[in-house]
Design a binder for this molecule. Structure first.
Ligand code: PHE
Length: 340
């Protein structure tokens, strides 16, 4: 046994580790479960107690020797590999990793949030899977009323109805129901509608809705706030126009148009030769909505608005097809601001 230890020790010392292959060979021959050192440990079992004392010590040293040689060989191989990769010059700057770019919808969302935060609006969040009450009933959509069909709904469950929210107004309801006025908040988020996919529509899109409820909030506040937003978003020259409209949750209601950024009002195919482009729906919060959330409409009034982030992004960057936002085409995406 003593002889064997000596001869294996000599073999370990003489072994030249010069490549990945020889490193692996070394491991198999000496370190692995079937290796020569392990085999000696097996033999130790049949030695006498007296022999075991010093043989055990000698074997442990042999094991240590083989492991250290292995580790050393491994380190040496790795460092030659690294210097080969860098052509021997470790002072060269690293090749930068290509980072992605920010999605244009995110860039627009950040910009919208920035504008409203400066006016004192908080950002609120809420669930995308919602019950009927928060998405429709609390918002003054009467049961079985055709107004519900304005927003083609994806249902998750029927009776009681669970659905994919069709607008982020559900967050307005949750905010008003669970807190005390005044409220000044915007609600960015993804919404879903069962629409055929085309250049102008998709089965999901993104919205930012806004809500301002306090004593003495009037229509003039709505108009001035959205005028300020339009100028910040699209430039000082931008004009706005309010058109009467209908939403069950606001009264009176108005669509907000901005003067066309492409033709500046002269008429082009973006504004369909009208000089105006619609960017948002808005109105004074309906007294029933306030009541549904436990707020006294005799004391508090408010305005609300909702806009599509896709629409604003398309105007901002002259993008003509909504499908580009979700196709993940790298040629499209890499044109936007890189991630820092
Ligand atoms: N919730 C409306 C929609 O998604 C937008 C809107 C919000 C309109 C607030 C008026 C006031 O169509």
């Amino acid at each position: 046994m003593e002889e064997k230890i000596k001869s294996i020790e000599a073999k370990i010392n003489a072994f030249a580790i010069q490549s990945r292959e020889s490193l692996e060979q070394f491991r198999l021959q000496f370190i692995s479960k079937k290796g020569e050192v392990t085999a000696l440990f097996d033999e130790l079992k049949s030695a006498t107690a007296e022999q075991k004392k010093w043989l055990g010590k000698a074997l442990n040293e042999l094991k240590k020797l083989s492991e250290e040689k292995f580790r050393h060989g491994q380190e040496q191989l790795e460092s030659t590999l690294v210097s080969k990769t860098f052509d021997g010059d470790l002072t060269l700057p690293v090749i930068p990793n290509k980072s992605g770019s920010q999605h244009p919808l995110s860039l627009t969302r950040y910009r919208i949030i920035e504008i409203f935060e400066r006016l004192g609006f908080n950002v609120e969040d809420g669930p995308e899977i919602e019950d009927d009450w928060h998405n429709f009933t609390a918002l003054n959509f009467p049961e079985n009323h055709p107004a519900r069909e304005m927003q083609d709904t994806f249902f998750v469950e029927k009776n009681p109805d669970v659905l994919l929210r069709t607008h982020t107004s559900n967050v307005q309801i949750r905010l008003m129901k669970n807190n005390k006025p005044p409220f000044r908040a915007i609600m960015p988020g993804r919404v879903y509608r069962n629409e055929a996919i085309s250049a102008r529509a998709h089965c999901f899109f993104h919205q930012v809705e806004g809500l301002y409820v306090d004593t003495n909030v009037g229509f003039a506040d709505l108009k001035q706030t959205l005028y300020h937003f339009a100028k910040e978003m699209f430039g000082k020259e931008t004009k706005i126009r309010l058109r009467p409209s209908f939403f069950p949750f606001t009264e009176p209601s108005a669509e907000i148009d901005i003067s066309c950024l492409i033709c500046h009002g002269k008429g082009c195919n973006v504004c369909k030769y009208s000089g105006w482009v619609e960017i948002a729906g808005s109105g004074m919060v309906h007294p029933n909505v306030l009541r549904n959330c436990g707020i006294d409409p005799e004391v508090y009034t408010g305005f609300a608005f909702g806009m599509g982030i896709e629409r604003i992004t398309m105007l901002r960057y002259s993008i003509n097809d909504l499908r580009l936002f979700s196709e993940n085409d790298i040629r499209f995406l890499k044109q936007f601001k890189p991630v820092m």
